[in-house]
Design a protein around this ligand. Structure first.
Ligand SMILES: [Zn+2]
Length: 248
């Protein structure tokens, strides 16, 4: 089922984990390894991109949608959709919140992964707030919507590029190479073309940078590659003797 846009699709593809991000390829850059890992644990995973990245220098929205589906298959997503909100001027607007709340009700994710709430790109922090508020709205019984209320159990903020200490790190050592493959499925963005060659780094350079970031977070938990997340609530620990990650 790889139809786009799927906003008003008749299917009810409930997922366990839903990644939501501003641009196609943000998922691949920040939490693709975690989604792949969850898929391989048997969970149903999905991704919802809020914009089509139409303001990007390279490629066209149509091409990026095709690339997003190719990436989705590499990440073993059960579903991927796109809300086609305006790129580079993404707002936390009421129509945006209502549309996203409707999607959350339709997909009924137990966990959502959303962008961290601070960052350089306005679309990223606006997307973060939009996602948070849409999750809240989706849980309201009296929301003007035909679908049953649903509020995700957990909101994880993908904090890869925010200079903050993560609340936890997911070991993606086994998934890292395939996460890179999913990113390079966006040929129009990461292919070795001459168009804008002086503006865009080469694949090997991108791989090195992303490996360095993943290695940094992996180090924090004593593994090779990791993906970083922030959560707002404290986590409960039942048995302090069995806690993972050595202190010294
Ligand atoms: Zn982005």
């Amino acid at each position: 089922m790889w139809r786009l846009p799927t906003i008003y699709s008749e299917e009810l593809p409930a997922v366990d984990v839903l990644g939501i991000a501003a641009h196609p390829d943000d998922i691949e850059l920040t939490c693709g390894g975690t989604l792949l890992k969850m898929a391989e644990k048997g969970y149903r995973t999905g991704a919802l991109d809020l914009t089509q990245g139409e303001m990007g220098t390279r490629g066209t929205p149509e091409l990026r949608m095709e690339e997003a589906q190719a990436a989705a298959q590499i990440l073993r997503l059960k579903w991927r959709g796109n809300l086609a909100l305006p790129d580079a001027r993404l707002e936390n607007s009421l129509p945006g919140r209502m549309t996203l709340a409707g999607e959350i009700r339709r997909l009924r994710p137990r966990v959502v992964i959303v962008p961290y709430w601070e960052g350089r790109h306005p679309d990223h922090y606006n997307a973060s707030q939009l996602c948070y508020e849409a999750c809240f709205l989706a849980g309201l019984a009296k929301l003007d919507d035909t679908l049953a209320p649903h509020r995700p159990h957990k909101i994880l903020y993908a904090s890869q590029y925010a200079n903050v200490a993560p609340s936890f790190v997911v070991d993606v050592t086994r998934e890292f190479d395939r996460r890179m493959d999913s990113l390079f499925a966006y040929q129009s963005q990461y292919g070795e073309s001459d168009e804008g060659a002086d503006l865009f780094p080469k694949q090997i350079e991108i791989r090195e940078r992303l490996a360095a970031v993943a290695r940094f977070y992996g180090n924090l938990i004593g593994v090779k590659y990791g993906e970083a997340f922030v959560i707002r609530e404290a986590q409960a620990v039942e048995d302090v003797v069995q806690m993972g990650v050595r202190s010294l």
